[in-house]
Ligand binder design. Sequence first.
Ligand code: NAD
Length: 530
Amino acid sequence: MATMQAPPRARIHEGPFVNEPLTDFTREENARKMRAAVEEVRGQLGREYDLIIGGRRVKTQDKIKSINPAKPSELVGLFQKAGKEHVEPAMEAALKAFESWSRTSVEERAAIVFRTAEILRERKFEYAAWMVFEVGKNYAEADADIAELIDFCEFYPREALRLAKAEPPVQLPGERDLLMYIPLGVGAVIPPWNFPSAIMGGMTLASIVCGNTVILKPSSDSPAIAAKFVEALEEAGLPEGVVNFCPGAGASFGNAVVAHPKTRFIAFTGSREVGLDINKRAAEQAPGQVWIKRTILEMGGKDAIIVDADANLDAAVDGVAAAAFGFSGQKCSACSRAIIDERIYDKFLERLKARVEKITLGDPAKNPGMGPVINEGSMKSILEYIEAGQKQGGRVLTGGKRDSNAGEGWFVQPTVIADVKPGDRIEQEEIFGPVLAVIKSRNFDDALQIANDTEFGLTGAVYSSSKDKLDRAIREFHVGNLYINRKCTGAIVGAHPFGGFNMSGTDSKSGGPDYLYLFTQAKSVGIKTT
Ligand code: NAD
Protein backbone atom coordinates (compact mmCIF):
# COMPACT_ATOMS: atom_id res chain seq x y z
CA MET A 1 0.00 0.00 0.00
CA ALA A 2 0.98 3.67 0.27
CA THR A 3 4.73 3.50 0.67
CA MET A 4 5.14 6.90 -0.93
CA GLN A 5 3.76 8.63 2.13
CA ALA A 6 6.00 9.43 5.06
CA PRO A 7 4.90 7.21 7.91
CA PRO A 8 3.22 9.17 10.68
CA ARG A 9 5.30 9.99 13.71
CA ALA A 10 4.95 7.28 16.33
CA ARG A 11 2.47 8.71 18.79
CA ILE A 12 1.58 6.84 21.91
CA HIS A 13 -1.84 7.60 23.26
CA GLU A 14 -1.26 7.98 26.93
CA GLY A 15 -4.86 8.59 27.88
CA PRO A 16 -7.23 5.81 28.84
CA PHE A 17 -9.52 4.32 26.24
CA VAL A 18 -12.81 6.21 25.83
CA ASN A 19 -15.70 4.98 23.68
CA GLU A 20 -16.57 6.99 20.60
CA PRO A 21 -19.85 8.80 21.35
CA LEU A 22 -22.92 7.79 19.36
CA THR A 23 -24.54 10.50 17.27
CA ASP A 24 -27.91 11.84 18.35
CA PHE A 25 -29.93 12.09 15.16
CA THR A 26 -32.89 13.70 16.92
CA ARG A 27 -30.71 16.82 16.78
CA GLU A 28 -31.46 18.45 13.44
CA GLU A 29 -27.86 19.54 12.98
CA ASN A 30 -26.68 15.89 13.03
CA ALA A 31 -29.55 14.65 10.86
CA ARG A 32 -28.69 17.36 8.33
CA LYS A 33 -25.02 16.34 8.22
CA MET A 34 -26.02 12.74 7.69
CA ARG A 35 -28.46 13.60 4.89
CA ALA A 36 -25.69 15.59 3.20
CA ALA A 37 -23.31 12.60 3.51
CA VAL A 38 -25.96 10.31 2.04
CA GLU A 39 -26.31 12.61 -0.99
CA GLU A 40 -22.53 12.87 -1.33
CA VAL A 41 -22.13 9.08 -1.31
CA ARG A 42 -25.08 8.66 -3.67
CA GLY A 43 -22.98 10.57 -6.19
CA GLN A 44 -20.16 8.04 -5.80
CA LEU A 45 -22.22 4.88 -6.31
CA GLY A 46 -21.43 2.50 -9.15
CA ARG A 47 -17.65 2.97 -9.23
CA GLU A 48 -15.27 0.10 -9.93
CA TYR A 49 -12.78 -1.14 -7.31
CA ASP A 50 -9.68 -3.28 -7.76
CA LEU A 51 -8.16 -6.05 -5.74
CA ILE A 52 -5.13 -4.75 -3.84
CA ILE A 53 -2.34 -7.31 -3.60
CA GLY A 54 0.98 -6.11 -2.23
CA GLY A 55 -0.09 -2.57 -3.09
CA ARG A 56 -0.75 -3.50 -6.72
CA ARG A 57 -4.18 -2.79 -8.20
CA VAL A 58 -5.41 -5.96 -9.89
CA LYS A 59 -8.33 -6.41 -12.31
CA THR A 60 -10.12 -9.71 -12.83
CA GLN A 61 -12.48 -11.03 -15.43
CA ASP A 62 -15.17 -12.05 -12.96
CA LYS A 63 -16.84 -9.27 -10.99
CA ILE A 64 -18.91 -8.91 -7.85
CA LYS A 65 -21.82 -6.49 -8.01
CA SER A 66 -22.61 -4.86 -4.71
CA ILE A 67 -26.21 -3.68 -4.81
CA ASN A 68 -28.47 -1.59 -2.60
CA PRO A 69 -30.86 -4.00 -0.83
CA ALA A 70 -33.49 -1.25 -0.63
CA LYS A 71 -33.26 -0.68 -4.38
CA PRO A 72 -31.69 -3.69 -6.12
CA SER A 73 -31.52 -1.82 -9.43
CA GLU A 74 -28.93 0.51 -7.85
CA LEU A 75 -25.29 -0.56 -8.11
CA VAL A 76 -23.28 0.44 -5.05
CA GLY A 77 -19.99 -0.67 -6.55
CA LEU A 78 -18.42 -3.09 -9.01
CA PHE A 79 -15.68 -5.26 -7.54
CA GLN A 80 -13.05 -7.54 -8.96
CA LYS A 81 -13.60 -11.11 -7.86
CA ALA A 82 -10.55 -12.93 -6.55
CA GLY A 83 -10.42 -16.55 -7.66
CA LYS A 84 -8.22 -19.47 -6.67
CA GLU A 85 -5.47 -18.12 -8.92
CA HIS A 86 -5.18 -15.03 -6.71
CA VAL A 87 -4.47 -16.96 -3.52
CA GLU A 88 -0.78 -17.51 -4.28
CA PRO A 89 0.04 -13.87 -5.21
CA ALA A 90 -1.90 -12.62 -2.17
CA MET A 91 -0.08 -15.07 0.09
CA GLU A 92 3.30 -14.14 -1.37
CA ALA A 93 2.61 -10.43 -0.85
CA ALA A 94 1.46 -11.03 2.73
CA LEU A 95 4.49 -13.22 3.51
CA LYS A 96 6.86 -10.63 2.08
CA ALA A 97 5.25 -7.82 4.07
CA PHE A 98 5.36 -9.98 7.20
CA GLU A 99 9.16 -9.95 7.10
CA SER A 100 9.30 -6.24 7.83
CA TRP A 101 5.92 -5.59 9.48
CA SER A 102 6.51 -8.23 12.15
CA ARG A 103 9.74 -6.40 13.03
CA THR A 104 8.18 -2.94 12.97
CA SER A 105 7.94 -1.60 16.50
CA VAL A 106 4.61 -1.93 18.24
CA GLU A 107 4.66 1.85 18.73
CA GLU A 108 4.81 2.42 14.98
CA ARG A 109 2.11 -0.13 14.28
CA ALA A 110 -0.09 1.41 16.96
CA ALA A 111 0.50 4.90 15.57
CA ILE A 112 -0.84 3.84 12.17
CA VAL A 113 -3.96 2.42 13.75
CA PHE A 114 -4.49 5.53 15.90
CA ARG A 115 -4.13 7.63 12.76
CA THR A 116 -6.76 5.43 11.08
CA ALA A 117 -9.11 6.30 13.95
CA GLU A 118 -8.59 9.98 13.24
CA ILE A 119 -9.33 9.54 9.55
CA LEU A 120 -12.49 7.53 10.25
CA ARG A 121 -13.64 10.05 12.84
CA GLU A 122 -13.27 12.91 10.38
CA ARG A 123 -15.37 10.99 7.82
CA LYS A 124 -17.76 9.29 10.18
CA PHE A 125 -20.92 10.42 8.38
CA GLU A 126 -19.53 9.44 4.99
CA TYR A 127 -18.63 5.93 6.20
CA ALA A 128 -22.06 5.59 7.81
CA ALA A 129 -23.68 6.66 4.54
CA TRP A 130 -21.91 3.84 2.67
CA MET A 131 -23.57 1.40 5.05
CA VAL A 132 -26.96 3.01 4.43
CA PHE A 133 -26.60 2.15 0.74
CA GLU A 134 -24.73 -1.13 0.86
CA VAL A 135 -26.43 -3.05 3.67
CA GLY A 136 -29.56 -1.02 4.45
CA LYS A 137 -28.69 0.37 7.88
CA ASN A 138 -30.65 3.38 9.13
CA TYR A 139 -28.69 6.35 10.44
CA ALA A 140 -28.34 5.22 14.06
CA GLU A 141 -27.38 1.65 13.14
CA ALA A 142 -24.79 2.83 10.61
CA ASP A 143 -23.40 5.37 13.07
CA ALA A 144 -23.07 2.70 15.79
CA ASP A 145 -21.21 0.44 13.37
CA ILE A 146 -18.60 3.05 12.43
CA ALA A 147 -18.33 4.19 16.08
CA GLU A 148 -17.49 0.60 17.03
CA LEU A 149 -14.78 0.47 14.36
CA ILE A 150 -13.30 3.71 15.72
CA ASP A 151 -13.41 2.12 19.18
CA PHE A 152 -11.40 -0.86 17.87
CA CYS A 153 -8.89 1.58 16.34
CA GLU A 154 -8.42 3.10 19.79
CA PHE A 155 -8.73 -0.05 21.91
CA TYR A 156 -6.51 -2.59 20.13
CA PRO A 157 -3.37 -0.44 19.83
CA ARG A 158 -3.58 0.34 23.54
CA GLU A 159 -3.89 -3.38 24.14
CA ALA A 160 -0.92 -4.15 21.88
CA LEU A 161 1.17 -1.61 23.79
CA ARG A 162 0.06 -3.20 27.06
CA LEU A 163 1.00 -6.68 25.83
CA ALA A 164 4.41 -5.44 24.75
CA LYS A 165 5.02 -4.23 28.28
CA ALA A 166 3.46 -7.26 29.94
CA GLU A 167 4.49 -8.06 33.49
CA PRO A 168 7.81 -9.93 33.40
CA PRO A 169 7.56 -13.58 34.47
CA VAL A 170 9.08 -14.90 37.71
CA GLN A 171 12.80 -14.08 37.68
CA LEU A 172 15.06 -17.02 38.59
CA PRO A 173 18.28 -16.23 40.46
CA GLY A 174 21.11 -15.89 37.95
CA GLU A 175 18.75 -15.41 34.99
CA ARG A 176 16.85 -12.69 33.21
CA ASP A 177 13.51 -14.19 32.21
CA LEU A 178 11.30 -12.75 29.50
CA LEU A 179 7.86 -13.47 28.08
CA MET A 180 7.11 -11.91 24.72
CA TYR A 181 3.96 -11.97 22.60
CA ILE A 182 5.12 -12.26 19.02
CA PRO A 183 3.04 -12.26 15.82
CA LEU A 184 1.77 -15.47 14.24
CA GLY A 185 2.18 -14.87 10.51
CA VAL A 186 -0.33 -14.46 7.68
CA GLY A 187 -4.00 -14.56 8.62
CA ALA A 188 -7.16 -14.99 6.59
CA VAL A 189 -9.71 -12.44 7.74
CA ILE A 190 -13.21 -13.51 6.72
CA PRO A 191 -15.98 -11.23 8.01
CA PRO A 192 -19.78 -11.22 7.54
CA TRP A 193 -21.80 -8.40 5.96
CA ASN A 194 -23.92 -7.42 8.96
CA PHE A 195 -21.33 -5.32 10.80
CA PRO A 196 -19.50 -4.52 7.61
CA SER A 197 -17.20 -1.96 9.16
CA ALA A 198 -16.93 -2.94 12.84
CA ILE A 199 -16.34 -6.69 12.50
CA MET A 200 -14.45 -6.54 9.22
CA GLY A 201 -12.19 -3.78 10.51
CA GLY A 202 -11.98 -5.12 14.06
CA MET A 203 -10.60 -8.52 13.02
CA THR A 204 -8.21 -6.85 10.56
CA LEU A 205 -6.90 -4.33 13.10
CA ALA A 206 -6.42 -6.92 15.85
CA SER A 207 -4.37 -8.96 13.37
CA ILE A 208 -2.13 -6.18 12.09
CA VAL A 209 -1.52 -4.28 15.30
CA CYS A 210 0.06 -7.48 16.65
CA GLY A 211 2.44 -7.60 13.66
CA ASN A 212 0.60 -10.10 11.45
CA THR A 213 -0.28 -9.49 7.83
CA VAL A 214 -3.60 -10.48 6.30
CA ILE A 215 -5.58 -11.50 3.29
CA LEU A 216 -8.89 -9.71 3.81
CA LYS A 217 -11.80 -11.33 2.02
CA PRO A 218 -14.87 -9.19 2.75
CA SER A 219 -18.39 -10.51 2.30
CA SER A 220 -19.67 -10.24 -1.26
CA ASP A 221 -22.64 -8.32 0.16
CA SER A 222 -20.46 -5.55 1.62
CA PRO A 223 -17.16 -5.06 -0.22
CA ALA A 224 -17.56 -1.27 -0.64
CA ILE A 225 -17.28 -0.50 3.06
CA ALA A 226 -14.23 -2.74 3.29
CA ALA A 227 -12.68 -0.92 0.31
CA LYS A 228 -13.25 2.41 2.06
CA PHE A 229 -11.63 1.06 5.23
CA VAL A 230 -8.59 -0.10 3.26
CA GLU A 231 -8.35 3.39 1.75
CA ALA A 232 -8.20 4.81 5.29
CA LEU A 233 -5.44 2.36 6.23
CA GLU A 234 -3.45 3.38 3.15
CA GLU A 235 -3.88 7.03 4.00
CA ALA A 236 -2.72 6.35 7.55
CA GLY A 237 0.53 4.99 6.10
CA LEU A 238 0.10 1.23 6.28
CA PRO A 239 2.88 -0.42 4.24
CA GLU A 240 2.05 -2.40 1.10
CA GLY A 241 1.11 -6.03 1.56
CA VAL A 242 0.11 -5.79 5.22
CA VAL A 243 -3.57 -5.89 4.24
CA ASN A 244 -4.34 -7.51 0.92
CA PHE A 245 -7.85 -6.62 -0.20
CA CYS A 246 -9.44 -9.55 -2.01
CA PRO A 247 -13.22 -9.69 -2.38
CA GLY A 248 -14.13 -13.15 -3.65
CA ALA A 249 -16.53 -16.02 -3.24
CA GLY A 250 -16.33 -17.81 0.10
CA ALA A 251 -16.62 -21.26 -1.43
CA SER A 252 -13.73 -20.79 -3.89
CA PHE A 253 -11.30 -18.04 -2.87
CA GLY A 254 -12.16 -18.11 0.87
CA ASN A 255 -11.93 -21.87 0.96
CA ALA A 256 -8.57 -21.89 -0.83
CA VAL A 257 -7.06 -19.29 1.53
CA VAL A 258 -8.21 -21.32 4.52
CA ALA A 259 -6.60 -24.45 3.05
CA HIS A 260 -3.28 -22.77 2.10
CA PRO A 261 -0.32 -24.29 3.98
CA LYS A 262 1.12 -20.85 4.77
CA THR A 263 -2.09 -19.53 6.34
CA ARG A 264 -1.21 -19.32 10.02
CA PHE A 265 -4.58 -18.26 11.42
CA ILE A 266 -8.15 -17.67 10.37
CA ALA A 267 -10.25 -14.91 11.93
CA PHE A 268 -13.79 -15.65 10.87
CA THR A 269 -17.17 -14.26 11.86
CA GLY A 270 -20.27 -15.63 10.16
CA SER A 271 -22.74 -18.47 10.19
CA ARG A 272 -22.50 -21.68 12.18
CA GLU A 273 -22.36 -23.79 9.02
CA VAL A 274 -19.44 -21.93 7.44
CA GLY A 275 -17.62 -21.61 10.77
CA LEU A 276 -17.78 -25.36 11.36
CA ASP A 277 -16.66 -26.04 7.81
CA ILE A 278 -13.66 -23.72 8.21
CA ASN A 279 -12.83 -25.39 11.52
CA LYS A 280 -12.77 -28.80 9.86
CA ARG A 281 -10.70 -27.72 6.89
CA ALA A 282 -8.27 -25.73 8.99
CA ALA A 283 -7.58 -28.87 11.02
CA GLU A 284 -6.25 -30.73 7.99
CA GLN A 285 -2.49 -30.52 7.52
CA ALA A 286 -1.70 -29.41 3.96
CA PRO A 287 1.56 -30.62 2.39
CA GLY A 288 4.31 -28.25 3.56
CA GLN A 289 2.31 -26.94 6.51
CA VAL A 290 4.37 -26.83 9.70
CA TRP A 291 1.86 -25.47 12.25
CA ILE A 292 -1.58 -26.06 13.64
CA LYS A 293 -3.71 -23.28 12.20
CA ARG A 294 -5.23 -21.03 14.82
CA THR A 295 -8.96 -20.51 14.31
CA ILE A 296 -10.90 -17.65 15.82
CA LEU A 297 -14.50 -18.42 14.91
CA GLU A 298 -17.49 -16.33 15.91
CA MET A 299 -20.79 -17.72 14.73
CA GLY A 300 -24.59 -17.48 14.99
CA GLY A 301 -27.05 -17.10 17.81
CA LYS A 302 -30.59 -17.86 18.90
CA ASP A 303 -30.69 -15.21 21.54
CA ALA A 304 -33.44 -15.02 24.15
CA ILE A 305 -34.85 -12.38 26.44
CA ILE A 306 -36.61 -13.71 29.54
CA VAL A 307 -39.33 -11.50 30.96
CA ASP A 308 -40.33 -12.44 34.48
CA ALA A 309 -43.76 -11.70 35.98
CA ASP A 310 -42.27 -9.03 38.27
CA ALA A 311 -40.42 -7.16 35.48
CA ASN A 312 -40.92 -3.54 34.53
CA LEU A 313 -43.14 -4.30 31.55
CA ASP A 314 -42.62 -1.08 29.61
CA ALA A 315 -38.84 -1.45 29.78
CA ALA A 316 -39.10 -5.13 28.76
CA VAL A 317 -41.38 -4.40 25.79
CA ASP A 318 -39.03 -1.67 24.60
CA GLY A 319 -35.95 -3.83 25.06
CA VAL A 320 -37.44 -6.82 23.25
CA ALA A 321 -38.69 -4.71 20.32
CA ALA A 322 -35.39 -2.88 19.92
CA ALA A 323 -33.30 -6.06 20.16
CA ALA A 324 -35.57 -8.03 17.82
CA PHE A 325 -36.05 -5.45 15.08
CA GLY A 326 -33.00 -3.16 15.16
CA PHE A 327 -31.32 -3.53 11.73
CA SER A 328 -34.17 -5.87 10.74
CA GLY A 329 -33.07 -8.49 13.28
CA GLN A 330 -29.87 -9.07 11.32
CA LYS A 331 -27.52 -9.08 14.29
CA CYS A 332 -25.94 -12.16 15.78
CA SER A 333 -27.05 -10.69 19.12
CA ALA A 334 -30.64 -10.01 18.00
CA CYS A 335 -33.45 -11.20 20.25
CA SER A 336 -35.17 -13.93 18.28
CA ARG A 337 -36.93 -15.51 21.27
CA ALA A 338 -38.94 -13.71 23.95
CA ILE A 339 -39.70 -16.05 26.85
CA ILE A 340 -42.59 -14.57 28.81
CA ASP A 341 -44.00 -15.66 32.16
CA GLU A 342 -47.58 -16.93 31.73
CA ARG A 343 -48.90 -14.46 34.33
CA ILE A 344 -48.06 -11.47 32.11
CA TYR A 345 -48.09 -13.20 28.71
CA ASP A 346 -51.30 -11.64 27.31
CA LYS A 347 -50.54 -8.17 28.62
CA PHE A 348 -47.00 -8.35 27.23
CA LEU A 349 -48.23 -9.43 23.79
CA GLU A 350 -50.77 -6.64 23.64
CA ARG A 351 -48.16 -3.99 24.45
CA LEU A 352 -45.52 -5.54 22.20
CA LYS A 353 -47.91 -5.59 19.23
CA ALA A 354 -48.70 -1.89 19.70
CA ARG A 355 -44.98 -1.07 20.01
CA VAL A 356 -43.92 -3.10 16.94
CA GLU A 357 -46.68 -1.70 14.77
CA LYS A 358 -45.16 1.74 15.26
CA ILE A 359 -41.92 0.68 13.53
CA THR A 360 -41.67 2.37 10.13
CA LEU A 361 -40.27 0.40 7.20
CA GLY A 362 -38.64 2.05 4.21
CA ASP A 363 -35.56 3.29 2.35
CA PRO A 364 -32.69 3.65 4.87
CA ALA A 365 -31.56 6.80 3.04
CA LYS A 366 -34.66 8.42 4.58
CA ASN A 367 -33.87 7.03 8.04
CA PRO A 368 -36.91 4.84 8.81
CA GLY A 369 -37.17 2.62 11.88
CA MET A 370 -36.24 -0.43 9.81
CA GLY A 371 -34.80 -1.02 6.34
CA PRO A 372 -34.67 -4.08 4.06
CA VAL A 373 -33.00 -7.43 4.63
CA ILE A 374 -29.69 -8.01 2.90
CA ASN A 375 -30.64 -9.92 -0.25
CA GLU A 376 -33.34 -11.86 -2.03
CA GLY A 377 -32.14 -15.26 -0.79
CA SER A 378 -32.29 -14.02 2.77
CA MET A 379 -35.80 -12.61 2.27
CA LYS A 380 -37.04 -15.92 0.88
CA SER A 381 -35.50 -17.88 3.72
CA ILE A 382 -37.08 -15.54 6.31
CA LEU A 383 -40.53 -15.87 4.69
CA GLU A 384 -40.13 -19.67 4.71
CA TYR A 385 -39.37 -19.58 8.43
CA ILE A 386 -42.51 -17.52 9.03
CA GLU A 387 -44.51 -20.24 7.22
CA ALA A 388 -42.77 -22.99 9.16
CA GLY A 389 -43.54 -21.23 12.44
CA GLN A 390 -47.23 -21.10 11.60
CA LYS A 391 -47.30 -24.73 10.47
CA GLN A 392 -46.01 -25.76 13.88
CA GLY A 393 -48.80 -23.85 15.64
CA GLY A 394 -47.35 -20.33 15.90
CA ARG A 395 -49.77 -17.41 15.61
CA VAL A 396 -48.69 -14.31 13.67
CA LEU A 397 -49.44 -11.44 16.00
CA THR A 398 -48.24 -8.78 13.60
CA GLY A 399 -46.34 -8.65 10.28
CA GLY A 400 -45.61 -11.92 8.50
CA LYS A 401 -45.23 -10.71 4.92
CA ARG A 402 -42.97 -9.07 2.39
CA ASP A 403 -43.78 -5.35 2.26
CA SER A 404 -43.71 -4.10 -1.32
CA ASN A 405 -45.12 -0.72 -0.26
CA ALA A 406 -41.84 0.01 1.49
CA GLY A 407 -39.97 -0.08 -1.82
CA GLU A 408 -38.71 -2.32 -4.60
CA GLY A 409 -36.13 -3.98 -2.31
CA TRP A 410 -36.11 -6.88 0.10
CA PHE A 411 -38.48 -5.59 2.76
CA VAL A 412 -39.99 -7.95 5.34
CA GLN A 413 -42.45 -6.64 7.91
CA PRO A 414 -41.40 -6.78 11.54
CA THR A 415 -43.01 -10.06 12.55
CA VAL A 416 -44.04 -11.38 15.94
CA ILE A 417 -45.11 -15.01 16.16
CA ALA A 418 -46.79 -15.90 19.45
CA ASP A 419 -47.51 -19.29 21.04
CA VAL A 420 -44.29 -20.82 19.74
CA LYS A 421 -43.36 -24.01 21.57
CA PRO A 422 -39.90 -24.92 22.84
CA GLY A 423 -38.25 -27.13 20.23
CA ASP A 424 -40.14 -25.66 17.24
CA ARG A 425 -37.92 -24.87 14.28
CA ILE A 426 -38.28 -21.11 14.66
CA GLU A 427 -37.39 -21.52 18.31
CA GLN A 428 -34.18 -23.42 17.54
CA GLU A 429 -32.74 -22.23 14.21
CA GLU A 430 -31.17 -18.86 13.49
CA ILE A 431 -33.47 -16.95 11.11
CA PHE A 432 -31.42 -13.76 10.83
CA GLY A 433 -34.31 -11.46 10.00
CA PRO A 434 -37.10 -9.45 11.63
CA VAL A 435 -38.90 -12.43 13.16
CA LEU A 436 -39.49 -12.79 16.90
CA ALA A 437 -40.80 -16.03 18.41
CA VAL A 438 -42.70 -15.56 21.67
CA ILE A 439 -42.78 -18.53 24.03
CA LYS A 440 -44.85 -18.82 27.21
CA SER A 441 -43.04 -20.03 30.34
CA ARG A 442 -44.64 -21.53 33.45
CA ASN A 443 -42.20 -19.90 35.85
CA PHE A 444 -38.59 -18.68 36.09
CA ASP A 445 -37.13 -22.23 36.22
CA ASP A 446 -38.99 -23.10 33.07
CA ALA A 447 -37.86 -19.86 31.39
CA LEU A 448 -34.19 -20.56 32.10
CA GLN A 449 -34.56 -24.12 30.87
CA ILE A 450 -36.12 -22.92 27.58
CA ALA A 451 -33.50 -20.18 27.16
CA ASN A 452 -30.59 -22.60 27.55
CA ASP A 453 -32.10 -25.33 25.40
CA THR A 454 -30.53 -24.51 22.01
CA GLU A 455 -27.12 -25.35 20.63
CA PHE A 456 -26.16 -21.67 20.59
CA GLY A 457 -25.04 -19.45 23.48
CA LEU A 458 -24.30 -15.95 22.26
CA THR A 459 -26.36 -13.25 24.02
CA GLY A 460 -29.30 -13.18 26.39
CA ALA A 461 -31.14 -10.81 28.68
CA VAL A 462 -33.40 -11.05 31.70
CA TYR A 463 -35.96 -8.53 32.90
CA SER A 464 -36.95 -9.01 36.54
CA SER A 465 -37.00 -7.03 39.77
CA SER A 466 -36.06 -10.02 41.91
CA LYS A 467 -32.45 -10.03 43.02
CA ASP A 468 -32.52 -13.78 43.65
CA LYS A 469 -33.76 -14.53 40.16
CA LEU A 470 -31.24 -12.20 38.57
CA ASP A 471 -28.43 -13.79 40.58
CA ARG A 472 -29.60 -17.19 39.37
CA ALA A 473 -29.65 -15.96 35.78
CA ILE A 474 -26.09 -14.67 36.15
CA ARG A 475 -25.03 -18.15 37.27
CA GLU A 476 -27.21 -20.32 35.02
CA PHE A 477 -28.07 -18.48 31.79
CA HIS A 478 -25.30 -19.98 29.65
CA VAL A 479 -24.38 -17.29 27.12
CA GLY A 480 -21.23 -15.38 26.33
CA ASN A 481 -22.93 -11.99 26.75
CA LEU A 482 -25.67 -11.67 29.35
CA TYR A 483 -27.57 -8.46 30.07
CA ILE A 484 -29.75 -7.68 33.05
CA ASN A 485 -32.76 -5.38 32.74
CA ARG A 486 -31.58 -4.15 29.34
CA LYS A 487 -31.72 -5.39 25.77
CA CYS A 488 -29.39 -8.09 24.47
CA THR A 489 -27.94 -6.09 21.54
CA GLY A 490 -25.53 -3.16 21.53
CA ALA A 491 -22.33 -4.54 23.08
CA ILE A 492 -19.88 -1.72 23.75
CA VAL A 493 -16.15 -2.16 23.14
CA GLY A 494 -14.23 -2.49 26.39
CA ALA A 495 -17.34 -2.77 28.57
CA HIS A 496 -18.88 -5.87 26.99
CA PRO A 497 -16.16 -8.07 25.44
CA PHE A 498 -18.12 -9.97 22.81
CA GLY A 499 -18.24 -13.64 21.85
CA GLY A 500 -20.40 -16.68 22.38
CA PHE A 501 -20.48 -20.18 23.86
CA ASN A 502 -21.30 -23.55 22.28
CA MET A 503 -22.16 -23.35 18.57
CA SER A 504 -21.97 -19.56 18.75
CA GLY A 505 -18.21 -19.77 18.48
CA THR A 506 -14.86 -20.00 20.16
CA ASP A 507 -15.75 -17.30 22.72
CA SER A 508 -12.92 -15.11 21.48
CA LYS A 509 -13.94 -11.94 23.23
CA SER A 510 -13.54 -9.09 20.73
CA GLY A 511 -13.14 -5.70 22.37
CA GLY A 512 -11.83 -7.33 25.54
CA PRO A 513 -8.52 -7.71 27.34
CA ASP A 514 -7.91 -11.31 26.14
CA TYR A 515 -8.57 -10.78 22.46
CA LEU A 516 -5.10 -9.90 21.21
CA TYR A 517 -3.55 -12.99 22.78
CA LEU A 518 -5.38 -14.92 20.04
CA PHE A 519 -3.39 -13.06 17.39
CA THR A 520 -0.01 -13.74 18.99
CA GLN A 521 2.10 -16.58 20.31
CA ALA A 522 3.98 -16.32 23.59
CA LYS A 523 7.74 -16.81 23.52
CA SER A 524 9.58 -17.40 26.78
CA VAL A 525 13.29 -16.58 26.94
CA GLY A 526 15.55 -17.44 29.90
CA ILE A 527 18.94 -15.64 29.75
CA LYS A 528 21.72 -16.89 32.04
CA THR A 529 23.37 -13.85 33.60
CA THR A 530 25.86 -15.35 36.05
P1 NAD B 1 -21.65 -16.46 6.19
O1 NAD B 1 -21.18 -17.55 7.07
O2 NAD B 1 -22.54 -16.79 5.07
O3 NAD B 1 -20.40 -15.69 5.57
C1 NAD B 1 -19.38 -15.14 6.38
C2 NAD B 1 -18.12 -14.99 5.55
O4 NAD B 1 -17.63 -16.29 5.22
C3 NAD B 1 -18.34 -14.27 4.23
O5 NAD B 1 -17.24 -13.43 3.97
C4 NAD B 1 -18.38 -15.41 3.24
O6 NAD B 1 -18.01 -15.04 1.93
C5 NAD B 1 -17.37 -16.37 3.82
N1 NAD B 1 -17.49 -17.77 3.41
C6 NAD B 1 -18.61 -18.43 3.02
N2 NAD B 1 -18.30 -19.70 2.73
C7 NAD B 1 -16.98 -19.88 2.94
C8 NAD B 1 -16.08 -20.98 2.84
N3 NAD B 1 -16.52 -22.16 2.46
N4 NAD B 1 -14.78 -20.78 3.16
C9 NAD B 1 -14.34 -19.58 3.58
N5 NAD B 1 -15.15 -18.50 3.69
C10 NAD B 1 -16.45 -18.64 3.38
O7 NAD B 1 -22.34 -15.38 7.17
P2 NAD B 1 -23.03 -14.01 6.78
O8 NAD B 1 -24.34 -14.26 6.13
O9 NAD B 1 -22.07 -13.11 6.09
O10 NAD B 1 -23.27 -13.38 8.23
C11 NAD B 1 -24.34 -13.72 9.04
C12 NAD B 1 -23.93 -14.71 10.09
O11 NAD B 1 -22.86 -14.19 10.87
C13 NAD B 1 -25.03 -15.02 11.10
O12 NAD B 1 -25.03 -16.38 11.36
C14 NAD B 1 -24.61 -14.23 12.32
O13 NAD B 1 -25.14 -14.71 13.53
C15 NAD B 1 -23.13 -14.35 12.26
N6 NAD B 1 -22.47 -13.31 13.04
C16 NAD B 1 -21.86 -13.67 14.20
C17 NAD B 1 -21.27 -12.70 14.99
C18 NAD B 1 -20.58 -13.04 16.28
O14 NAD B 1 -19.84 -12.21 16.81
N7 NAD B 1 -20.77 -14.22 16.82
C19 NAD B 1 -21.29 -11.37 14.58
C20 NAD B 1 -21.91 -11.05 13.37
C21 NAD B 1 -22.49 -12.03 12.60
